[in-house]
Design a protein around this ligand. Structure first.
Ligand SMILES: Cc1cc2nc3c(=O)[nH]c(=O)nc-3n(C[C@H](O)[C@H](O)[C@H](O)COP(=O)(O)OP(=O)(O)OC[C@H]3O[C@@H](n4cnc5c(N)ncnc54)[C@H](O)[C@@H]3O)c2cc1C
Length: 479
């Protein structure tokens, strides 16, 4: 059954163990800061009942049950294109912030289908049936799922079993007749504290000695033994912009350090348990799906930056100047390279015969992601160049609201005569919100979220076909 935002929020009051700034939070939906990312996730549920999006966001599964389209396994290029456009559309409707709730979980499910099918075939195991059952549980129950892949990793030069502390990668601590007991911690887990469930995946290739670290499973977010330490939301705590505040504040994401302290997982929810040679494949297949989602939401985010830069430049009267035009093109490139990469990845998709799924092309996906990894900072520079210093130094919405100050601000912070002073002022508050307060966070996100730069470099070199060029080289050498 599809739930609305309110039903989703009610489900989060379940005794989960969440800390914010050293305090145990009894209800993440009422906490003054954490209610903001909770409401952001709730919006995705409400969008399923939205007149513009409902037809795209709601479908039925093979049992005829209505489910979120995001949980439907893609089986064609068109499905992949639809998925990419949906992620863009929900990002736009979430005021430029990725609404990850059902996206990342389905990314993980698609990867689990593909890898467990291969594993079952090779080893005679029963993992794919469990993935099917769990997929149905998530889709029918309309659950928000976070994915905990990135281990805390300790010394990056050492393998999991070589670490001084064995808990620096999530591991199986005990195997029981009814399930496994896991221990360890995953870092940076987006929206974990407002997810219904967590899917846990390995994050790297493993050697036979790492057998206890080859583990994938799903647990409810309130499972005994799970503690989440949510990052501080400085950008909200320090911001008071009454002009645009309440609307902007509904849309934001948080990450958490998720600690698994001897968490029990029944076998039905275990999808990998010791098969080290499949850890890397699972990690990479999830990364591929999730990077496809990433370049889709990043295109929508870049649309916002490009349009805001243009509006600010208009308000300043310099939109037609040559360097501003180049800046705008830099921002358009960020949006369109992501979009082209996502669409081409869908057109060049590959079929997985064992599952019937199609998956996006890795080379295209990683090229798109690498582009935003390496061009977001220069695109931000282009934006700031268009905007000028007021993007940092504009007075506050409180000053604007003051009856004596407002006329002064309106008179002196005016730009082009055809653009109303209030509009220009609002544009700058939004610019400060976007590249100032959220900008520091986004700088890190754009470089590391969905995998670091090097992770995409490796995949691009693995995926690019040198053969045609090499033949040409040989031909030319023979002449
Ligand atoms: C905003 C945000 C949201 C995120 N959301 C999620 C999420 O929901 N779920 C999730 O699982 N993860 C999430 N991540 C994690 C993200 O995937 C990682 O940050 C990324 O993979 C980099 O890992 P790291 O942060 O541990 O950095 P590190 O791996 O420490 O990387 C730092 C540098 O060290 C290099 N490096 C690391 N190991 C080696 C090595 N062995 N040899 C050579 N160089 C090495 C890297 O290439 C990089 O240059 C998120 C991250 C961010 C910033």
């Amino acid at each position: 059954m599809l739930r609305n935002g309110m039903q989703f929020l009610e489900g989060l009051v379940d005794g989960r163990r969440v800390y914010y700034r050293g305090e145990l939070v009894s209800d993440v939906t009422r906490h003054p800061i954490l209610q903001v990312p909770a409401r952001h996730s709730a919006l995705l549920f409400d969008l399923h009942f939205d007149s513009d999006l409902q037809a795209h966001l709601v479908t039925t599964d093979d049992t005829g049950e209505p489910i979120s389209t995001l949980y439907r396994s893609p089986t064609s290029t068109e499905d992949l294109l639809r998925r990419s456009r949906l992620i863009e559309a929900t990002t736009h409707r979430s005021r430029g912030v990725f609404n990850i709730g059902k996206v990342i979980g389905s990314d993980a499910l698609f990867a689990l289908h593909i890898v467990t099918a291969a594993l079952d075939r090779a080893r005679g195991t029963d993992y794919r049936r469990r993935v099917f059952e769990y997929h149905r549980h998530v889709a029918h129950g309309d659950r928000a799922v976070s994915v905990a892949q990135t281990d805390v990793k300790g010394d990056r030069a050492l393998r999991p079993h070589q670490q001084a502390d064995p808990d620096l990668y999530v591991r199986i601590r005990a195997r029981r007749s009814d399930g496994i007991v896991v221990r360890g911690a995953k870092a940076h887990i987006t929206q974990a504290q407002v997810a219904d469930e967590l899917i846990v995946l390995p994050c790297r290739s493993l050697s036979p000695e790492d057998v206890d670290y080859a583990v994938a499973f799903a647990v409810p977010a309130n499972a005994p033994g799970i503690t989440m330490v949510t990052r501080p939301m400085i950008e909200l705590e320090g911001a008071r912009h009454p002009l645009e505040g309440p609307r902007v504040r509904h849309n934001t994401l948080t990450e958490a350090l998720v600690v698994f302290d001897d968490v029990f997982v029944p076998w039905e929810r275990v999808f990998l348990a010791g098969e080290t040679e499949y850890a890397s494949r699972l990690a990479l297949t999830f990364a591929l799906w999730h990077r496809f989602s990433a370049i889709s939401y990043r295109a929508a985010q870049a649309d916002l930056m490009a349009a805001l830069a243009r509006e600010v430049a208009e308000a300043n009267g310099i939109a037609d100047k040559s360097h501003i035009r180049r800046n705008l093109v830099e921002l358009i490139l960020l949006a369109e390279v992501q979009r082209m990469a996502a669409h081409l990845a869908a057109y060049r998709c590959h079929a997985d015969p064992a599952t019937g799924l199609v998956y996006p092309d890795s080379l295209c996906v990683n090229l798109g992601k690498l582009y935003s990894n390496t061009h977001y900072l220069s695109a931000t520079q282009a934006f700031i160049d268009c905007a000028g210093g007021l993007a940092a130094t504009a007075p506050s919405g409180d000053d604007w609201a003051h009856p004596d100050l407002r006329p002064v601000i309106e008179k002196y912070l005016t730009g082009r005569a055809t653009v109303a002073g209030e509009r220009r002022f609002r544009l700058f508050l939004l610019a400060r919100e976007l590249v100032g307060l959220l900008g520091g966070y986004e700088n890190v996100t754009m470089v590391h979220a969905e995998g670091s730069i090097e992770a995409s470099v490796i995949e691009i070199l693995r995926g690019y076909d040198f053969s045609a060029g090499r033949r040409l080289v040989e031909e030319l050498l023979e002449d």
